[in-house]
Ligand binder design. Sequence first.
Ligand code: HEM
Length: 423
Amino acid sequence: MINEAFLNDPYPAYHALRAEGALHWSPEFCGGAWLLTGHADVASVLRDPRFSVRRAGGWANSSGPGALAELREFKRIFSRSLLFVDAPQHSRLRQVMNAGFKPAALQELGPQIQIIVDRLLDRVLAKAADSGSGQFVEFDFMRDFARPLPALVIASMLGIAAEDRSEFVAWSDDIAAFIGSPTPTLEIARAAQVSLIAMNEYFRQLLPQRRAALGDDLMSQLIRAEAQGGIITTKELLAQCCTLLFAGHETTRNLLGNGILALLQHPQQWQALQSTPSLLPSALKELLRFDSPVQYTGRRLKVDVEMHGQLMKKGDLVIPLIGSANRDPAKFTDPDRLDIARNQGAHLSFGYGPHVCIGATLTYLEAEIAMRSVMRRLPQLQLAGDSQSWGGNAVYRSLNQLSLKFARPSAAVQATLAEAQYA
Ligand code: HEM
């Protein structure tokens, strides 16, 4: 199932799978897994406590014999992440983390996100001055905007140095390459472990300094919970910081990239959004449904479960295909049509049930500020070519590169931007 054609466009494969049935056994997928294709089934499994999220060991196994022993550190760190623990441990960690995602905390983050967005766009616009004199200026939307933005926002949320951003992105990419591969090699697995250890060490070294001067950032809030009678242990605290750094930008950058691509490939929708920016919240929901940044997740069965006449055994891996659920015609009329005014049911791009994405509201806030600013500041934005380069990852649907062009700003605007950049 996972080949280049699938990575470029997984939706025909999902339609074919759904047409053949709601549940499939795949011997190749992660060393053997049940694939769930329909919206109702994916939602129901994601909220069913018989399906455990504890699967860090299973990934290690899928890298070949002996990998589990070698990947002990990866398993040890991630098995404390709220993404990979069940209740009651999960409920305790989630409550601690919720503090950083309350509306009031996010409201304060809004102006900081706007500053980060403005700086990145200033840089894109300032480059126009150094890039010839044609009517349009070309740039790589992923490299110059979508990739750095979420990493900078997470850094700001955790109160860590923005200068270390390139390391965060490289570490996260290694981890995503492992988690995102249905058939990871030992080499990919080892690289993920090295990066996760580096990330964990980064936060460990920050601890003494942060404990001495607590602030309003999320890391300080976790430290306060650690101090309050051990609501969270130090090792758990470090695992949550790594989870946030990883989960927060491996996903949001792809909403921005996939979203802008989909809009520019559908000029009528793009024009409708530009003329009616109040459609932005509903457009973001539709973009998340149409090309979900996270294509699937995984669960491991705690007990035998029968579904659609098939017996799934205790210990089996189950893959709820979010990307397929979001294009299920039983849930969405004409699911392959992008309709930014669609107001029909809930997409499952943020998951569902107890592990539903803790960063969903932050994502909407960040994406709304980003898209609004892009529309306002990059006039006549359009694709600079026909072909896009998709990353080789089955979970994180991700563009390596997205060449766009916009109308060159006037000389006066360019001069002001160049000055602002060097101020
Ligand atoms: C487009 C953006 C995003 C998408 C599509 C996305 C998707 C998801 C999905 C599908 C899950 C559930 C996984 C499962 O049930 O196995 C999840 C959980 C999670 N997400 Fe996101 N996410 C996004 C942005 C963010 C951001 C910005 C953050 C943090 C700053 C974040 C942090 C988390 C965390 C910590 C969890 C685990 C929650 C739990 O297990 O209780 N995500 N996300």
